[in-house]
Write a protein that binds this ligand. Structure first.
Ligand code: ZN
Length: 199
């Protein structure tokens, strides 16, 4: 599955890849063209993301080494509102979004700690440090490039999903003490992998 070509994929057969699946550690490949197949994969990914109650999902998490992720970051009434120069920036999406061949630029603001989880690392949670504000440039389903700057949870989601496209997971970035607390769960996932179907 990890190197499935862009044409032979069946979007109706995608399933969540769980750590330590090799596809989660690969550097994903650019998508040459936004085809019907790519649109089908994006729609299937949004469905899987919703079923798993996630706010973002990257293609390697469904076994595809493609530079593509989806996100649907809801408005969080408890989230602190960005201030100053970032006050006007979005912190959530307005519905589902698809980002093809994304590039992140211009990280800014003092780095922040925030607890993250990952659908491919069930039950594992811990604080990850990231810059609070970032700009994304990506291709949409219409094949056109777009650029947006965000902060808060949306900026964090982009950075988490972007990491997936480079084979990076939250356990690589998690603060030392939090990682230590998750050691047993990580080891269990590694041990259970041999018994998981489809590997
Ligand atoms: Zn993740």
């Amino acid at each position: 599955m990890a190197n499935a070509s862009f044409d032979t994929v069946d979007p109706s057969h995608l399933a969540l890849a769980v750590y330590p699946a090799a596809v989660l550690r690969a550097r994903a490949l650019p998508i040459p063209e936004v085809t019907e197949k790519v649109r089908g994969v994006a729609a299937a990914m949004l469905e899987i993301m919703r079923a798993e109650q996630g706010i973002g999902l990257a293609a390697p998490q469904v076994g595809l080494s493609w530079r593509l992720f989806v996100a649907d970051v809801p408005k969080d009434p408890k989230a602190k509102q960005p201030k100053g120069e970032f006050a006007a920036l979005p912190v959530h999406t307005d519905g589902p979004m698809v980002y093809i061949n994304p590039v992140l630029t211009k990280p800014c603001g003092p780095i922040e700690r925030f607890e993250e989880g990952c659908l491919s690392l069930p039950e594992i949670r811990g604080d990850v440090i990231r810059p609070p504000t970032i700009t994304i440039e990506a291709t949409g389903l219409d094949g056109k490039r777009f650029t947006t700057t965000a902060t808060g949870l949306l900026a964090r989601c982009w950075q988490h999903e972007m990491d997936h496209l480079d084979g990076v997971l939250i356990i690589d970035r998690m603060m030392e003490g939090h990682l230590a607390k998750n050691k047993r769960l990580i080891r269990e996932l590694e041990e259970n992998a041999a018994f998981r179907p489809g590997r």
